[in-house]
Design a protein around this ligand. Structure first.
Ligand code: CMC
Length: 427
């Protein structure tokens, strides 16, 4: 007989089914609780709430395990490519050679943006943050490509998915080019996905540009490592917005905004700014760690801590190693990397961080690589968005396949009781 949990309220007992996940995680199914008992559950920040059943990504935060569709992140990082991982996340399996080629071909076909799109970027202030520009531009895709907006039409969905993946590097690079006053580049479809992105970002019309294979490999790795992370804030946003049957572009645009926050993807920019402040002010690592622990000081150790990982974030381990490899291959000597390593060493031995299980997360070392290859700080979170895109799409697709109801949490009202309107003259 299936296992159940019992909830006793007063003299009534409610039996609640227990759902078991494929990796043994157990959850009490409360979906009928309100209908049966009139009660709801309260869980601000959703630390104990499963919003869906999902087959995309598995995390064991206690053991530091991350798998996409069953494949360990370490193996994908070593052997796969970003487009292959994107296909894996969205379709559920690694593609055959011909499926992958067909997918690449379709992505190549859609890389260019509508020519009038340039005016979307040109109308923004030069110092617009790239995340604001990217979110606006992805939302605007719905105005340029209204022929692929119906979430219930499989052909339209496929076209919008391929358009989005293909155009995102072009969009991110236009946000950057506009900020530095350089002309927008056209995609070069002889290049692969990551090479094309680097071309769009760093080439100019007046000089030849050759993609450095070390840089292309490093970016490909970072994109793989960022590609999905189950029900994080931005992915939950994409699912929630998507649950209203809003089109894919609208849902992803919302996800980009959620990712921007410094507690989420925006932490990669915060980390590099923190390292630069420490370098610029000549503060010692120890002094900064003390500040991060002080409740009366607003400083936090950016790039440390995670809601789910109570052990090393496996992505951070891979990125730290890549950091040393890439910097050595590029011949870059980075003071920022030295400071990051020192901060990590101090924090990992400090009682405050040990007791709270705070470890470096994905954002702690990534910015050192982005900086070494010439990416400005403000672009870091847009690079994260580029990586997370297939994960967001995979969740949007999964949610629609499950035919999930509209996402609509409840609340416990704690406000004024009913009172009568008083005209302004009598208040
Ligand atoms: N520096 C100093 N103290 C910290 C930090 C930190 N980076 N992170 C958590 N704490 C403390 C926090 O003050 C709390 O202490 P106490 O129990 O005394 O009140 C305790 O650790 C638990 O933290 P929390 O804020 O309740 O944990 P959370 O699960 O709600 O938040 C987090 C997780 C990632 C938002 C938080 O750790 C944080 O703000 N970290 C810095 C920002 C960051 O690196 N974000 C990127 C996360 S990974 C990539 C991504 O999701 O995009």
């Amino acid at each position: 007989m299936a296992e159940t949990a019992e909830l006793r309220v007063g003299d009534k007992t409610y039996e609640l089914p227990i759902i078991e996940g494929s990796e043994g995680e157990r959850a009490i199914d409360i979906s009928k609780l309100r209908a049966d008992s009139g009660l709801i559950t309260l869980d601000p920040g959703y630390g104990n709430t499963g919003s869906c059943e999902s087959a995309i990504t598995f995390i064991d935060g206690e053991k530091g395990i991350l798998r996409y569709r069953g494949y360990p992140i370490e193996e994908l990082a070593e052997h796969s490519s970003f487009l292959e991982v994107a296909h894996l996340l969205m379709a559920g399996n690694l593609p055959s050679a011909s499926e992958l080629e067909k997918f690449r071909e379709s992505i190549r076909y859609h890389t260019m943006l509508h020519e009038d799109f340039k005016s979307v970027f040109s109308s923004l202030p030069k110092d617009a943050h790239p995340m604001a520009a990217c979110s606006a531009a992805v939302g605007a895709l719905a105005t340029f490509y209204p022929d692929s907006l119906d979430p219930r039409d499989p052909r339209e969905v496929e076209v919008s998915v391929h358009r989005l993946i293909a155009k995102m590097p072009t969009i991110a690079s236009y946000a950057f080019k506009h900020s530095i006053g350089q002309p927008f580049m056209y995609p070069d479809n002889r290049l692969d996905y990551v090479e094309n992105f680097l071309h769009l970002m760093f080439a100019t019309p007046c000089e030849d540009f050759t993609v450095d294979p070390v840089v292309a490999k490093a970016i490909d790795l970072l994109l793989i490592l960022h590609a999905d992370h189950e029900q994080n804030c931005s992915t939950s946003t994409v699912r929630l917005v998507g649950s209203s049957n809003a089109n894919l572009f609208a849902a992803i645009s919302a996800g980009i905004n959620a990712l921007w926050g410094p507690r989420h993807g925006g932490a990669n920019q915060e980390v590099i700014e923190m390292l630069k402040t420490i370098e610029g002010e000549g503060v010692s690592g120890r002094e900064f760690v003390e500040r991060a622990k002080d409740r009366d000081d607003t400083s936090r150790l950016s790039g440390f801590g995670h809601r789910v990982y109570k052990n090393f974030d496996p992505r951070a381990k891979i990125i730290k190693k890549a950091c040393f490899d890439v910097l050595e291959k590029l011949g870059v000597n980075s003071k920022l990397l030295e400071i990051a390593v020192e901060l990590e060493e101090i924090a990992l031995k400090d009682d405050y961080f040990v007791q709270r299980n705070l470890y470096p997360n994905v954002d702690f070392y990534s910015g050192v690589i982005y900086t070494a290859i010439g990416t400005p700080d403000k672009m870091f979170t847009a690079m994260f968005a580029l990586g997370r895109l297939p994960g967001w799409i995979a969740h949007w697709l999964e949610m629609h396949a499950q035919d999930q109801r509209i996402g609509r949490p409840r609340q416990v009202y704690q406000g004024e009781l009913s009172r009568s309107y008083v005209p302004a003259s009598s208040r």
